[in-house]
Design a binder for this molecule. Structure first.
Ligand code: PMP
Length: 437
């Protein structure tokens, strides 16, 4: 049984899962992208739990794709957006509104170094598009470097930065170089950051004029399967890229806001300070919000033309985002992620001794990956087994994410209010499901 939770969902009288699915298939395009053979019809959420149309409770270990940072319908955030909704929902940034200015100030105060200028957008893809545009305008160069196995968005220009064929469409992508992934588990150089960094230098030397616009990376790859970059990698690469005239972009869409436990921002785990930082997902606890933070110097190039979007940082999203920053601090969520995350990682690692199918356990804080293989030595992805276990976990009341090129990595990235009991439940459920398999 799931850990006890004192909350009664409202009775639901809406359409059934089958009815919603039929409508979705008819009107929302033939997308392959929904989870479970019989998709879940989610109708309510409270903190780390979701409820389906039958009132059944699920432990949400994926947080709406690493987005619900504070918890579903967190009372303080709900209150902030409800109050703002009653006063003013939208006016656009052609007028002044205090919420956007307060939020930008609070966000800038969270940034190290000279990262003090904030642009608000509506999603992670949009944030990365803007970052790429800034890099190109500022440097006067075109070439962008991203890591194989990266996900930076699905829009027509960010899809070029994304380097996983499962997400690609055959469209022109511009000058983008995908370098070797510094993946300590699957990469051919193991955890040797220096050898992977050499590949970046090689790409610049052999594939460009010698000058590049920028480099972008997540410190722990999210969609790619919770892959933490080899230690020391960013330090080496930032140096190489800057020497070639480029700027360094940290994609903090998944790793930001204390989720890694050890640091507020993922890039801090590698001891670097980027020139541009992009964020989305957890920044709004589910509200459509993204941001780009950069230095005044880089931002100055954006003054040549108008940089504007209708909704970015609208009053409701700004009020919500500001509440998120406050809640995370007040509830000391970074330290909480460190504690619960290391407990879960320790338990998962001991599960490796029992189950051969677990090839790797990795991550930091509440950003955890469990990679399943049929052969530990060959690291053969356990694709069909992962699919079976995934359905089984749902049956047991646990919702996790899937990731990696072969979809054989469970991603455990719950709302940051996830407790040790919740973590134990996920591990026990996985243990039980694998034993049954
Ligand atoms: N960057 C990263 C690291 C992401 O995980 C995602 C979304 N999965 C994006 C960018 C794109 O964000 P969005 O879906 O909000 O456009």
């Amino acid at each position: 049984h799931l850990p006890p939770f004192d909350y009664e969902p409202r009775p639901y009288h809406g359409p059934s899962a089958d009815e919603v699915l039929t409508k979705r298939k008819k009107y929302l395009g033939p997308s392959l992208f929904y989870y479970y053979q019989k998709p879940l019809n989610i109708v309510e959420g409270k903190m780390q739990y979701l409820f389906d149309d039958t009132g059944r409770r699920y432990l949400d270990a994926f947080a709406g794709i690493v987005t619900v940072s504070c918890g579903h319908c967190h009372p303080q955030i709900l209150n902030a957006i409800t109050e703002q909704n009653k006063l003013l929902q939208h006016a656009t940034t052609i007028y002044l509104h205090h919420a956007i200015a307060d939020f930008a100030e609070a966000l800038a105060q969270k940034m190290p170094g000279n990262l003090k200028v904030v642009y608000f957008v509506n999603s992670g893809s949009e944030a990365n598009e803007l970052a790429m545009m800034m890099a190109r305008l500022y440097t006067g160069n075109l070439g962008m470097i991203s890591l194989r196995n990266a996900y930076h968005g699905g829009s027509s220009s960010t899809i070029g930065l994304t380097a996983l064929n499962t997400w690609k469409y055959p469209i022109p992508e511009g000058e983008i170089h995908h370098v070797m992934n510094p993946d300590p588990y699957r990469g051919i150089f193991g955890p040797d950051a220096k050898s992977y960094a050499k590949d970046v230098q090689d790409h610049i030397d052999y594939g460009t004029s010698g000058r590049v616009a920028g480099f972008i990376a997540e410190t722990i790859q999210g969609v790619g399967g919770a892959v933490e970059l080899a230690p020391g990698y960013l330090n080496l690469v930032y140096d190489i890229v800057r020497k070639s005239g480029g700027v360094c972009i940290a994609d903090e869409v998944q790793t930001g806001f204390g989720r890694t436990g050890s640091h507020y921002w993922g890039f801090e785990t590698q001891g670097v300070i980027p020139d541009i930082v992009t964020m989305a997902k957890g920044i709004g606890n589910g509200l459509p919000l993204g941001a780009v933070v950069t230095t005044p110097e880089i931002a100055s190039v954006m003054n040549q033309k108008i940089q504007f979007n209708t909704f970015g940082g609208n009053p409701v999203c700004s009020a919500g985002g500001l509440a998120v920053l406050r809640v995370l601090d007040q509830e000391k969520r970074q330290a909480h992620c460190a504690e619960v995350g290391s407990h879960m990682l320790e338990r998962l690692r001991s599960l490796m001794q029992k189950h051969e199918i677990i090839g790797d356990v990795r991550g930091r804080g509440l950003m955890v990956g469990v990679e399943l293989v049929t052969d530990r030595k060959e690291k053969t992805p356990a694709k069909s087994e992962t699919a079976v276990l995934f359905e089984k976990l749902r049956e047991l009341g646990v919702l996790v994410g899937k990731g990696g090129l072969h979809g054989n990595v469970f991603r455990i990235k719950p709302p940051m209010c996830f407790t040790k009991d919740d973590a134990d439940f996920v591990v026990d459920a996985l243990d039980y499901a694998i034993s049954k398999l």
